[in-house]
Design a protein around this ligand. Structure first.
Ligand code: AMP
Ligand code: ZN
Ligand code: FE
Ligand code: FE
Length: 272
């Protein structure tokens, strides 16, 4: 079995609708796909409906934003109930906070002499998005002629360490795990930053963390081995996914996948 356990849609900052993502995943030979938008499950229902027709197993998911020491920590939730009260409430809070945070980043940019109207970010985000994210801002920066490319926008301005970055600052990683558990899901630490693992692994495991994302397109072998070892010693399951946001990154959906052998313990925990 080929699985991709980390994909975004137009419900957050992905380029393709849940239907297009689902159709393409099936056509490209994936057997299972997790829809994991930032702070919303709005894309799950359409993917689940179409996946059933196409014989593609859709895992309803979410990627919850949290912060620690000024850095953003993402926690994936798998097999959540997309309609759970806790997630609806989180989505409402996140939508507001992400809008406020976007205005804070625009103010920082203004301080750097770069004027981007909020409406330009909204336009870049499109009509289906539930939450605003940095890729929308990056696109608005390109369209405004301030940078030549999305990657230049991140590299010079809005990457985690960039001069116009503002953290989402709404939950701790432990809170994020709690929300996912309350929605019936399995919490998995997305792309764990190496330098923060020591700090956070104990409290996150204590809060109910079940797995860590190990297999990613750009992870080096030594990074993956280190994460695999931590999973083994902590009783966490390893997962993996492409974190695909659209074709602009150069990769196609389905280029990267994990096998059912690699994520067997995750599939067991999820009852698949
Ligand atoms: P946000 O949740 O608003 O902080 O945005 C996070 C998203 O920004 C990630 O899911 C990626 O799509 C994108 N992103 C973060 N860092 C970079 C980077 N250095 N280069 C390109 N895209 C990035
Ligand atoms: Zn994203
Ligand atoms: Fe992420
Ligand atoms: Fe992601």
């Amino acid at each position: 079995m080929k699985l991709d356990l980390h994909v975004h849609t137009t419900a957050s900052d992905g380029a393709w609708s849940p239907e297009d993502v689902t159709r393409t995943a099936a056509a490209r030979g994936l057997d299972a796909l997790a829809v994991t938008d930032h702070d919303t499950t709005a894309g799950c229902a359409a993917a689940l409906a179409l996946g059933a027709d196409l014989n593609l197993q859709i895992i309803p998911g979410i990627e919850v934003s949290s912060s620690h020491a000024g850095r953003d920590i993402h926690v994936l939730g798998y097999f959540v109930d997309p309609a759970a009260t806790e997630l609806r409430e989180h989505e409402r809070v996140a939508r507001n906070r992400r809008e406020e945070r976007m205005r804070e980043m625009l103010a920082k940019l203004e301080g750097l002499g770069i004027e981007v109207p909020f409406e330009a970010v909204e336009r870049a985000a499109g009509p289906d998005r539930v939450v605003l994210g940095r890729p929308h801002l990056a696109q608005a920066l390109v369209e405004g002629g301030h940078v030549a490319s999305i990657s230049e926008a991140f590299d010079t301005l809005i990457a985690d360490s960039g001069p116009a970055f503002v953290s989402t600052h709404m939950l701790t990683p432990m809170d994020a795990i709690g929300i996912i558990e309350a929605a019936g899901g399995l919490a998995v630490w997305a792309h764990p930053p190496g330098e923060l693992v020591q700090d956070l692994i104990d409290p996150m495991v204590e809060a109910g963390l079940r797995g860590m994302e190990v297999y990613r397109p750009r992870n080096r072998r030594d990074q993956m081995l280190r994460l695999e070892n931590i999973c083994r010693s902590r009783g966490l399951f390893p997962t993996g996914g492409s974190d695909w946001h659209g074709p602009d990154g150069g990769a196609q959906l389905g280029d990267f996948f994990v096998t059912s052998d690699e994520v067997a313990t995750f599939l067991d925990a999820g009852g698949l």
